[in-house]
Design a protein around this ligand. Sequence first.
Ligand code: ADP
Ligand code: ZN
Length: 755
Amino acid sequence: MTTLTMPQTDPNATDPGLTTPFVSVALPISVDQTFTYALPEAMRGKVWPGQRVVVHFGRGNRTAIGWVVGGLETTDVANVKTVAELVDAEPLLTPDLLDLAFWMSRYYVTPIGQVFDAILPAAVKKNAGFKTVQIVVRSEKAESEVDRILSKQRRVLDRLAESEGTPLGPRELARQAGCTVAVIKSLAEKGLVEIITREVTDFARDLFIELEEPKAIHLNAEQALALQRIKNQIVADKFGVILLQGVTGSGKTEVYLRAIADVVAAGRQAIVLVPEIALTPQTIRRFRERFAQVAILHSDLTDAERHRQWRDIRQGRADVVIGARSAVFAPVQDLGLIVIDEEHENSFKQDTSPRYHARDVAIMRASLVGVPVVLGSATPSLESYQNVRAIGHYQEARLNQRVGGRPLPPVHIIDMRQEAVERKGQHTLSRALEKAIGEAWRKQEQVILFLNRRGFSTHLFCVKCGHVAKCPDCDVGLTYHTKPGVLQCHYCGHQEPPPERCPACSAETINYWGTGTQRVEEEMRQKFPDIRLGRMDADAMRQRGGHASLLSAFRDGEVDVLLGTQMVAKGLDFPNVTVVGVVNADVALSLPDFRANERTFQLITQVAGRTGRGPKGGEVFVQTFQPEHLTIQLAAKHDYEAFAQDELATRKARGYPPFGRLARILVRSQSHQKAHEAIQVLAGRLIEPARIVGVQILGPQACPIAKISRFWRYHILLKAPSAKALLHLWDMARDDLAPPGNIQMAIDVDPQSTL
Ligand code: ADP
Ligand code: ZN
């Protein structure tokens, strides 16, 4: 095992550990402070910041697991308690992660102990997949004294000699030698055997992926230039952000791979963050082909697997870590570079406390360590774009061409209003898209159909009285799912049988409206009975590994049409896909959220990017009821620049990010009245501090989704001119932010959604 004492400044120096009489400890509680404990003599020099300890906390004999964050020479705490035990023999977190945790605690207004808890994977806390066992081994002394030993003890020693290689625990050994455990213990006391504790793993599934010989790739001029820019920053060995804006299929990943190779060659490690759904075997394969030691952290791993990967990273057996959001906390020893692919993705934002954005956390971590960050995207977030253009904080590198000089695919906007007028019956697929699917199939080419809604029908309503089927526990409409034919709430999972009559007026005029992936699937099967179709959405992909096996079937040509939600929209690179259909572009556009346009633009661009990747080219069909909408028009022209300019103007006029910052304070209660009162109280308390720091309070008001899982939801939006203003507000209003009357409260800084 490599040594786990963390180098602080000189990577070759080992830190001696804390020898102070006291330590400060963070505990996973909702109070944002650290606590002082005395460090017993015996533990001095054996404790490092980032290590877990057991301490007494609260009344009686209650204990808690806390994190040592630093040493203290003195304390004025009366009756200071003593650290009871060490949980781990080494610190689990590196020094930069400790600093990062404190930044997160302040920026995301989350108690420090809770931040530590979020940084360490649950699988590590549970010690998943590893257990400690005791095994008995003969000591050297046994060799010389074995002849003078009594018969029972002799049998034990002989048995041990015979079993060379197979570790035996005390019990098993006693059984085999036909004696009691006491005999073994007395041997141990005489020093003839040793009972040692060893950690074993029951880790089974191998993360092996079949590799191919990587093709020799010569970078094109744009790629070479982009790589040079990144390399310069790596050589300068200091913090800096480079936004790599490259159209889909422009070879961004190839650029990352080369930059990472430099970092790895210098003996340092790289972290690559990709959206969960882009973490496909295809992506992993590309990294495994180039680098010998690649650790992978994604949600499809079992706890044991995740723990194993994490240990590999911690103990220096990973040069490259690829993972989703939480991989930003990978405990690498000598970080050299962070890459965030698809940096605009909102899945990088965590939606439980601490509500961090992995891109922003990555940038902060890189700045603490002093290394470069590469942000890659075809459609950068407006925040990142603004950081390049207006502020000049970031450097820019552009890939305007697809590799091999392939053109971006033409995008046809299909006016679904006209389809409805000119065509009988309900069709989710337009004539143009249908025709293109049929033609592609005849030529043995492949198709991707995208719809960001699962289920069959998304609205159920009575034509006579207008009653809408809603979840009893949420302020959300129910979705009809075929197989097994139920209405389902996509927020809380509530299910009920579909009504035969309107529950409000008893008329038999229930109408099923709105299209989900299941309806498209059914229509496809009717219209193209011979086409082999694979559906990829959360319903169809419940099984571990299902996602990977459908993708490999598609890749091998065993599936002709891939239909699905976000899962099919991103990162896939299949040259035989010549038709892409966006079944309904209006879904994202109609969300009551200030990022609705940006999301729509990103989605259309991403989905369109799945075609035209091979010599056969490709075409995109975007179906919409709002064909004149500027966002859709510009997405169809692949005109990111014009979109960004237009959207920035709107944001500026309204003071929304990237002009200033938003934060959201949300309260939840099963009592409608309590939720309402609490938000009023909070708003009242914030008025004065907000005025002083120049932060505007919007609301309070009910959230756009007013109830989820029986909890009523109210919020306040805070509009701040800068991140600094918000930090001032939190500092000033610290005591005012305690939730009134035991109510559930959440603070979301830089919210990605305000529903
Ligand atoms: P992006 O990440 O921008 O979508 P990728 O890096 O995935 O693009 O590249 C798309 C495909 O083109 C991949 O199969 C990759 O191996 C290939 N590729 C990348 N750069 C080149 C190049 N310079 N010459 C030939 N093929 C390339
Ligand atoms: Zn519900």
